[in-house]
Ligand binder design. Structure first.
Ligand code: 3HC
Ligand code: NAI
Length: 711
């Protein structure tokens, strides 16, 4: 018997317990153990029924994702496949019952579908999240789930991958009974009682593979599947797995079960070996890896954050306050004038109203959250805050003044965070008596929505302040990424050359709308011009003015956006930027922009030409990669996978590409370097290859391998 699976007998019911912490994944040894358990209990005359349950906090959360890399790299695997185990559970003459708490995900839910019955705690969640890893359910889930729940529910679950509650699962026939209680013990007792009752009632016991009462007609299924295809093409743009999952589920209606599972296996293999799947699996592990900081181990104590105070109720301060309130943390928000405060609070209220209208929040939830926000123009209560977050204008003199004030009022031990997007955290910290408590919390706009939080470690930031910030990110439902204190930190430092290159391309004759559409086709949420218009072109103009050292003499300087700003074209907020905007914010090309670009080209002697699509894509994406490589070698990011997470969660980089650094690995660093050298030869200074890129390309290595060497 595998040591990952335990057997026991309770009141005539054989209990198979999977014990593979933390999430009871189906790692090698688990399928074998379940199979052996079913065999042993089948032969044991004192056992009348079998319960399959997960030890610890959860049922089986799916296949072991680490195994997928082994399969695709050709390593041999031993032991029975999961489908053998599932068939054995379904064909057991004694009734089999899956007892679900925590999460039954992926292969876990498929194992449960092989059981004759499923019971669950009300707090449990079930789902087929495989598409989020670029694959489809591969252990008959696309064939059994529609037979249990109907095609519509199965399509929704398999194509979108979101979990559903036990109550929802019960309503759709996936779960047969919701067990009262909240813990493992109650679940086990309820499941044993249920199983004993079923056994006493005699057979036959339902096999999901043989059921057809919910399948419906092929015509009805086709209509459901077509509607789902239209939806996922929009909300999972560029991703292959959701469409493949729909194809597989449709087979449950058009093919007999035996043929359906064959088709599922073919599609599963096709997806598993795709670059998209590798990219999404990379994203899954990177999101977990990002929490690991070599010199701040897991055991590092954290400071409790039970209350917060925010300075500034502008675009960012308001969103930050909402993030705290949404996590149930009371927050004070301070402005300089009552007028600014009222304006900020009105925006917060409007945002909550919009969330209620869209069904994201109930009116009660929104009211409760709003009640957690205290608006004020004075400092009262700041002395009690566990964290103070500064979100005033981006101006060093002002930030220093404000931090001196904070230093005077905040209690000893409070975390002092700045939301600056470019300024030095060390310089800000230097005006306080406690630089060890100062850290950057760089939120992204809109702060209540965007999941990324760059956590900027200053020279003197204490380790427990880093640990507290990382933990706090999770409480705020953000993905915290630790970065170093350089200009623009990681995300904006890379974004700067990306957007500079976009301007250069436009000045060389590429149409702005074409530049945008190439990045959109690449899978980005928006192209660089549209992003510039959204954020405001004046932001970049101000950076160029305030940080002239970024453009040393003799280097080419982007001129287009400064020229657009001179015409009052700041982007969406002024109705025009790279585009002219309609009342409904529709984007229209504008000949005035073409004229500006032609004028710049003529004045600067820039040759206007027909820039090809690949050049546009490569110059934009490799500008990110080359800067990313510099950031890595300078130590401002811990891992290339951290950079990927920043781009996936903060900049709308397409998830199916895995992030810019992973994308470069998939292209091959030698090819990337070759292009960078071509651009260097043609465009000079800005394209000097990063030494780390040259080194890795020379070794035939990857950024991923560089990360692994540092684990
Ligand atoms: N395989 C391998 N490792 C897994 C895993 C899995 N399926 N699920 C989680 N882990 C690991 C994580 O990497 C992490 O490891 P670390 O501590 O070394 O970083 C650890 O388990 C804990 O994970 P989380 O930090 O994510 O824990 P949470 O409590 O926040 O979340 C969870 C738990 C909801 C189960 C979440 O981990 C999750 O969503 N996991 C993935 C589930 C999934 O995608 N299942 C489908 C797999 S594909 C499949 O089953 C194919 C089948 O059709 C054949
Ligand atoms: P904003 O102009 O919308 O808001 C700033 C607010 O601070 C104003 O309402 C102003 O009245 C208030 N303020 C000024 N001095 C103050 C003081 N002494 N005490 C209290 N309030 C004061 O600016 P925004 O966009 O919210 O930016 C704030 C900070 O966040 C800046 O450092 C910016 O660089 C950074 N940031 C901005 C992002 C964005 O997309 N807007 C993204 C990430 C960071």
């Amino acid at each position: 018997m595998s040591n990952l699976v335990r057997l026991s007998v309770e009141g005539g019911v054989g209990v198979i317990t999977v014990d593979n912490p933390p999430v009871n994944a189906l790692s090698p040894g688990v399928p074998d153990g379940i199979l052996a358990g079913v065999g042993q209990f089948g032969e044991d005359d004192s056992v009348n029924a079998i319960v399959l349950i997960g030890g610890g906090r959860t049922f089986i959360a799916g296949a072991d994702i680490k195994e997928f890399g082994k399969i695709t790299s050709g390593q041999k695997r031993s032991g029975p496949g999961l489908t053998t185990v599932i068939e054995r559970l379904e064909n057991s003459p004694k009734p089999t019952v899956a007892a679900i708490h925590g999460t039954a995900f992926g292969g876990g839910l498929e194992t449960a579908q092989g059981c004759h019955y499923r019971v669950a705690l009300a707090s449990a969640q079930v789902g087929q999240p495989e598409v989020k890893l670029g694959i489809i359910p591969g252990a008959h889930g696309t064939q059994r789930l529609p037979r249990l729940a109907g095609v519509e529910k199965a399509v929704e679950m398999c194509a979108l991958g979101d979990p559903i509650s036990a109550a929802d699962a019960f309503d759709h026939g996936i779960v047969d009974r919701v067990i009262e209680g909240s813990g493992y013990e109650e679940l086990l007792a309820g499941a044993v009682e249920f199983a004993a009752g079923i056994a006493a009632g005699g057979g036959p016991h339902p096999k999901a593979s043989e059921r057809d009462e919910r399948l419906g007609t092929p015509e009805a299924a086709a209509a459901i599947c077509d509607a789902a295809r239209t939806k996922v093409r929009r909300i999972r743009r560029g991703q292959m797995a959701p469409l493949k999952a729909i194809d597989a589920v449709q087979c449950a209606v058009t093919l007999p079960f035996a043929d359906g599972i064959k088709r599922e296996a073919e599609i599963f293999q096709e997806c598993l070996f795709s670059t998209q799947s590798k990219a999404l699996i990379h994203a899954f592990f990177s999101e977990r890896q990002v929490r690991k900081i070599p010199d701040v181990p897991k055991q590092t104590p954290t400071r409790p954050i039970r209350s917060a105070a925010v300075l500034g109720a502008g675009t960012m301060g308001g969103g930050i306050a909402m993030s705290y309130a949404n996590a149930g943390i009371p927050v004070r928000i301070k402005e300089v004038t009552q007028q600014a405060l009222d304006k900020g609070m009105a925006t917060i209220r409007k945002n909550y109203e919009r969330s209620v209208k869209r069904g994201r929040f109930t009116p009660e939830f929104a009211e409760q959250r709003l009640a957690l926000i205290t608006a004020q123009t004075g400092w009262e209560g700041f002395e009690g805050a566990d964290i103070v977050v500064e979100a005033v204008f981006e101006n060093m003199a002002l930030k220093k003044e404000v931090f001196q004030q904070i230093d005077g009022v905040a209690r000893s031990g409070a975390v002092l965070a700045t939301n600056t997007s470019t300024l030095s955290v060390d310089e800000i910290a230097s005006v306080t008596s406690r630089p060890q408590d100062v850290i950057g919390h760089h939120f992204f706009s809109p702060a209540n929505v965007m999941r990324l939080l760059e956590i900027v470690r200053g020279r003197e930031t204490a380790k427990d302040v880093v640990a507290t910030s990382m933990a706090l990110a999770r409480t705020l439902r953000k993905v915290g990424v630790l970065v170093g204190n350089c200009h623009g930190f990681v995300g904006n430092r890379m974004f700067h050359p990306y957007r500079r290159e976009a301007q250069f391309l436009a000045e060389e004759g590429a149409k702005p709308s074409r530049i945008d559409s190439i990045m959109y086709e690449f899978g980005a949420a928006m192209g660089p011009m549209a992003v510039g218009d959204l954020a405001g072109l004046d932001v970049g103009m101000r950076v160029r003015k305030e940080a002239p050292h970024l453009y040393p003499p003799g280097t080419r300087r982007p001129l287009a956006e400064d020229a657009l700003c001179e015409l009052g074209r700041y982007g969406q907020k002024t109705g025009a930027g790279w585009y002219r905007y309609g009342e409904d914010r529709s984007r229209n090309e504008d000949p005035e922009v073409d004229a500006v670009l032609q004028r710049i080209a003529a004045e600067e002697g820039i040759e206007q030409r027909d820039v090809d699509d690949n050049e546009i894509r490569d110059r934009l994406v490799y500008a990110l990669v080359n800067e990313g490589a510099r950031i890595l070698e300078e130590g401002y990011a811990l891992r290339s996978s951290d950079i990927d997470i920043i781009y996936l969660y903060g900049y709308g980089f397409p998830p199916q590409r895995g992030g810019p650094m992973f994308y470069a690995d998939t292209v091959g660093l030698a090819s990337v370097l070759e292009r960078v050298k071509e651009f260097h030869a043609a465009h000079g200074h800005w394209w000097r290859p990063a030494p780390l890129l040259e080194e890795l390309a020379g070794q035939g290595s990857t950024f991923g391998a560089w990360d692994r060497a540092r684990l």
